[in-house]
Design a protein around this ligand. Structure first.
Ligand SMILES: [Ca+2]
Length: 426
């Protein structure tokens, strides 16, 4: 099965020169026949492959009774996410450590998985469809993911874990924390990207989670989440989980909730009360968020968040809610049609709400929802922008805050200490 062409033509001694394809059917896999265990053939092909080789999963559905174990510098390639399916026939529920994933790898270097539909035939699913631990340069492209308990793709302590052009749906458990996440970076992941992918709820709790590990205290950082589409996730579509994660970039994503769903999730969350603050330097930029509970929610004292150029429409409560942050920078965002408040700063010393290089914050048409009685036994009313009295060092200038009083609430209510200057309708 190995091509001898490389040797014949006297290639330089690079692994790519000798790279070849190994078809799992040649190792005994049978498409669309669930009675045998195709993991035997897939693992045999991976074991036979050499550096730079690609194991081919042809069209059809292949059924696995055991986990697939990845190897460094050996790729896994299907014919497309609608054509080549690998499905586990087992569930992880009540099963042993060797049946918690569909595909896994540890200490990997340079592996690409592409063109596959990964799922389980069992309605309870497996914990993780792909688990990558202690690895570097692992990419997942043009693949789709169905039926997973905890995470579709799990990166742990991995450098440059990437996901692109992929689809996620149908997590089997979404009501418990730690379950139903699309892509997870944890325990010191360094760099990595999620690009151009789709996350379809409502059976997804979080689309992308960036976090640390509470035991090792190693937050993930340098992750970019770019140009993805999230629909109707149960909780934050993109979640900086509140375990110190820092210097991550969330940019150009579209997040859409279902306005008829009473369990709306948030758009983007930074920090979490039950975990703690995110680290510094996270950037939330140029995302479009519609019909979520909050648009962007900063919690737990998370510092130095840059929120710019986002467009947030018709959220159920607040567009930008700084419940507990420090030195948050809010520039050139548009917030329209949120029922309670456009921007609300509860605890956020040294928050800046100001113009960017070209545009300012445009906050209009918010506050038209029903009574502003929420969380506290005090009526706050609804409106455009509110900064509460406990905040110091505020810098609010050059914004446009007009037309936010449709429910009798204020356009702009500033009670904190700091500079308020040159805003329209302040
Ligand atoms: Ca088979």
């Amino acid at each position: 099965m190995k091509s001898a062409l490389g040797a014949l033509f006297g290639c330089a001694l690079s692994s790519a020169c000798f790279a070849t394809n190994l078809n799992i059917v040649d190792y005994g896999a049978t498409p669309d026949n669930h009675r045998d265990d195709d993991s035997i053939a897939i693992n045999a092909a991976i074991n036979a492959a050499r550096d730079g080789d690609t194991v081919i999963i042809p069209e059809g559905t292949f059924h696995t009774h055991e986990e697939i174990i990845l190897k460094s510098r050996v790729n896994l390639k299907g014919a497309g996410y609608a054509k080549s399916t690998i499905t586990a026939v087992y569930t992880s529920e009540g099963n042993d450590d060797e049946h918690q994933t569909l595909i896994k790898g540890r200490h990997l270097f340079s592996v690409t998985i592409s063109g596959l539909r990964l799922k389980t035939i069992h309605p309870e699913g497996v914990s993780q469809l792909i688990s990558i631990i202690d690895s570097e340069n692992v990419s997942v492209n043009e693949s789709s993911f169905y039926r997973f308990i905890k995470h579709a793709i799990y990166f742990n302590n991995t450098i440059n874990g990437r996901v692109a052009d992929s689809r996620f749906q149908d997590a089997t458990i979404t009501e418990k924390g730690g379950h139903g996440y699309g892509v997870v970076y944890t325990n010191g992941c360094d760099r990595g990207r999620v690009d151009d992918s789709y996350f379809y709820g409502p059976d997804i709790r979080h689309g992308v989670v960036i976090q640390g590990d509470k035991k090792t205290n190693r937050p993930s950082h340098g992750i970019t989440v770019n140009n993805n589409y999230f629909k109707d996730t149960k909780q934050d579509a993109i979640d900086l989980h509140g375990t110190g994660e820092y210097d991550n970039i969330v940019i150009d994503n579209t997040i859409v909730g279902d306005p008829n769903d009473k369990t709306l999730g948030r758009g983007i969350g930074v920090g979490e009360d039950v975990h703690g603050p995110s680290g510094s330097g996270n950037i939330i930029k140029n995302n479009v968020i519609r019909n979520t509970l909050y648009g962007i929610h900063v919690l737990a004292g998370s510092p130095d968040v840059k929120i710019s150029g986002n467009k947030i429409y018709n959220c159920d409560r607040m567009g930008i809610f700084i419940e507990n942050g420090q030195n948050v920078d809010v520039r050139a965002n548009t917030v329209e049609g949120c029922k309670w408040w456009g921007i609300y700063v509860e605890n956020g010393d040294n928050t800046t709400i100001a113009s960017g290089s070209k545009e300012t914050n445009e906050v209009h048409g918010n506050g038209w929802g029903s009574s502003g009685r929420w969380r506290y036994p005090k009526v706050y009313g609804n409106g455009g922008v509110r900064v509460m009295s406990q905040n110091t060092g505020m810098n609010v200038r050059n914004n446009n805050f007009c037309d936010n009083e449709s429910n009798g609430g204020p356009n702009f209510q500033f009670e904190g200490q700091g500079t308020v200057l040159n805003n329209q309708c302040q």
